[in-house]
Write a protein that binds this ligand. Structure first.
Ligand code: NDP
Length: 271
């Protein structure tokens, strides 16, 4: 049986084992998928131990995506442009291959929801790891203008600098925004402290809003956007399942159907 895992800290509440179990059931693949908790110090050792024992692939979650990038021998196109890895595989020549599937996961879910991004004006709220991971995939899909706003402006400027070779990203002060966008993507973890990012509500008026966070029921940002005139307000279950489907494809060469898994996952709190 092929073995896979997700490594992170915390990892206890990860939905990835359930998603991959549902993919495997759907495709009648036999596989095992476990959770591994690590620290900065033990991360590399735990990854190596897993692969030495014959493990085929590992998903990486917070806070190890940059570390996973640094231990990869070979990188996929998305990982090399964003500097982060959420999917590791062990190739037969003994080399570790790293790719980032978050960006393509988001773009797939936007497509699933009929949200066009070609030539559209997009505001990314937040400038952490997720913002960093999704920018190359958005740019690869010919977005119109890409803007970023973040609580700590300097982190938004760092993103702008990182992607200068790909596009001109506009950095905005959230509280000075005076127009709406076609699509507003919340990538902050503000909800963890029961907060909303501080942006002027006009940003989401008549816009589509997408919160990469997910919950049973509406997320805070999703409700806020609806209440401030967003025409469509979505949350991140779809992105979560789509990025997992991309990982599954990298590992096993076949892409599972996602709709049924998204519906099941977003409606069933238990594992
Ligand atoms: P990071 O820690 O790298 O970045 C967090 C971002 O949120 C930073 O921009 C930070 O701003 C901002 N932030 C945090 N607290 C607040 C606050 N109170 N008000 C305003 N801004 C705030 O996290 P990630 O980018 O890795 O993850 C962000 C979220 O995305 C997580 O909740 C994660 O679960 C979710 N996610 C969902 C995925 C999916 O598939 N649906 C995939 C990946 C992540 P500052 O720079 O000022 O600190």
């Amino acid at each position: 049986m092929d073995h896979y895992a997700i490594i992170g800290n915390p990892v206890e509440h990860s939905r990835s084992p359930k998603i991959h179990r549902l993919f495997a059931e759907q495709l009648q693949h036999v596989l095992a998928y476990e959770k591994i908790e690590a620290t900065e110090k033990t991360f590399q050792e735990k990854v190596e131990e897993f692969f030495t024992k014959g493990g085929k692939g590992i998903n990486i979650t917070v806070p190890f995506k940059r570390l996973a990038f640094s231990i990869s021998d070979k990188l996929g196109a998305c990982a090399s442009s964003c500097g982060a890895v959420n999917t590791l595989s062990f190739s037969e020549d003994g080399r570790v291959y790293g790719e980032s599937t978050d960006g393509n996961g988001l773009v797939e879910d936007l497509k699933n929801n009929n949200i066009a991004i070609n030539n559209k004006s997009i505001l990314i709220v937040g400038a952490g790891g997720t913002a960093q991971s999704i920018i190359p995939s958005l740019l690869a899909n010919n977005v119109g203008q890409l803007s970023v706003t973040n609580r700590t402006p300097n982190n938004a400027f760092k993103l702008k600098e990182q992607y200068l070779h790909l596009a001109e990203i506009v950095c905005l002060d959230g509280e000075s925004i005076n127009r709406n966008f076609d699509l507003v993507i919340n990538t902050t973890s503000a909800h963890l402290s029961g907060e909303l990012p501080e942006i002027e509500p006009i940003a989401v008026e008549k816009a589509t809003s997408y919160d990469v966070n997910y919950s049973y029921g509406e997320t805070l940002f999703q409700s806020w956007a609806t209440n401030h005139g967003a025409t469509k307000s979505l949350q991140g279950w779809g992105m979560l399942v789509e990025q997992a489907a991309e990982s599954f494809y990298i590992w096993r060469g076949v892409r599972p159907k996602t709709r049924v898994v998204i519906d099941r996952l977003s409606s069933e709190p238990e594992n």
